[in-house]
Write a protein that binds this ligand. Sequence first.
Ligand SMILES: Cc1cc2nc3c(=O)[nH]c(=O)nc-3n(C[C@H](O)[C@H](O)[C@H](O)COP(=O)(O)O)c2cc1C
Ligand code: SF4
Length: 425
Amino acid sequence: MISPDQLPRVLHQAADRPLTLAQHEEAFGPMPPSAPSLEQLEASGLTGRGGAGFPTWRKAKLIRELRGHNKFVIVNAMEGEPAAHKDRTLISANPHLVLDGAEHLAGIVGAKHIAVCVSRDNPVMVNHLQRAIHERDRRSMRGATFELHTPPWRYVAGEESALVHWLDDNESLPQYRPRRPHILRIGHAPVLLDNAETCAHVGLIGRYGGDWFRRLGTPSSPGSTLVSVTGAVARPTVLEVALGTPLHSILERAGADLDPQALLMGGYGGAWLDARHLDAPYTNDALGPLESTVGAGVIIVLPRSGCGIVETQRIARWMANESARQCGPCAFGLPAIAEDLAHLAFDARDAAAAYERLLDRCGAIEGRGACRHPDGVVRLVRSALRVFAAHVEDHVRGQSCVASRSTHHYTSVPTLEREEELIWE
Ligand SMILES: Cc1cc2nc3c(=O)[nH]c(=O)nc-3n(C[C@H](O)[C@H](O)[C@H](O)COP(=O)(O)O)c2cc1C
Ligand code: SF4
């Protein structure tokens, strides 16, 4: 059995294959006969690990209060963020812990269906989840039925309303929601949707309780969390750390460059953080005032030899291509932002004007999409202009920027194509 205070908690792996149901129960003990109470979930202070960091108990309470049992729990294992590998690492270690959490959540809200969603473009994950669901005879102890769904991969496919749209109508397009919180529905059935890692933590809270969960982390950000570290690292890695761990300790454990220029926190839709803040604790509370975020649990390390403007331009171009092209400000605004960044980075004659255009475009695009995809790009770009102000000045003056003057080997932030070539633990 795992000891309550040891790390890893959710990333427990005995072999190079996912734990079978029997191995899982040997490591974590049998599934308790009843689901944790909503109060226990609230006491744990667990927040979502899919990006927004919303309190898990509050989402569950909203769905529990609705009448009827024709409800869905959706496990979001899509992991669309290109620099994130935490959900696939978790599922490759122990898919049953994720399914336990989904069962508990179904028990709390009174759901009859548990839909586990994973991209069909990741056949290894599909296989792990298929086997685990099969081992449980597709049924949960709480009377709900497991179903596996495999939408095609695209960045926005993991956005919650896009996933519900897929289950409802076979279309991976985000839906416009006038008010939030907005209850998502499949047909008339209300939906509780949680990230795969969030479910795994619920699986442990169901066994050991909310107070146990709080033994790690800080009072306002309790528990442990998975973090994918990539960029200037010896080897990209996924770690489980206590929330509140200083950033430099995470970099040290990951074997990363300990004197970086900046960190891209949260993923492609996250925000750059100047390396002066490496003492900051890894929590949204601490990173928020620095205009950064834990986001989807990603840290991309930018070495001193890199140019943050050039890297941001590449990411923005990739994000522009991932727009679902339903909303004008996103469909036309994101390519324009990518174009302006390219002018800022590579066209000395237009760099100053491109900088001004970027500021205007960010203001015009923010909050004007049906989903938060364009807001993520705006946050990324604003953080780049702030954190890499010295590079911006160099580009505007038509000088070669810090990066091109550096004698260091230039290691750029991985793009999706390059990510796939990297080997993950
Ligand atoms: C463009 C976009 C893409 C997203 N992709 C994912 C994803 O791949 N996986 C995920 O868990 N959440 C993703 N999210 C966040 C989900 O919409 C949702 O907030 C989350 O899955 C809720 O789970 P949590 O409360 O456990 O964090 C995405 C959000 C946006 C705006
Ligand atoms: S904001 Fe962009 S990604 Fe989101 S629904 Fe609109 S067009 Fe699609």
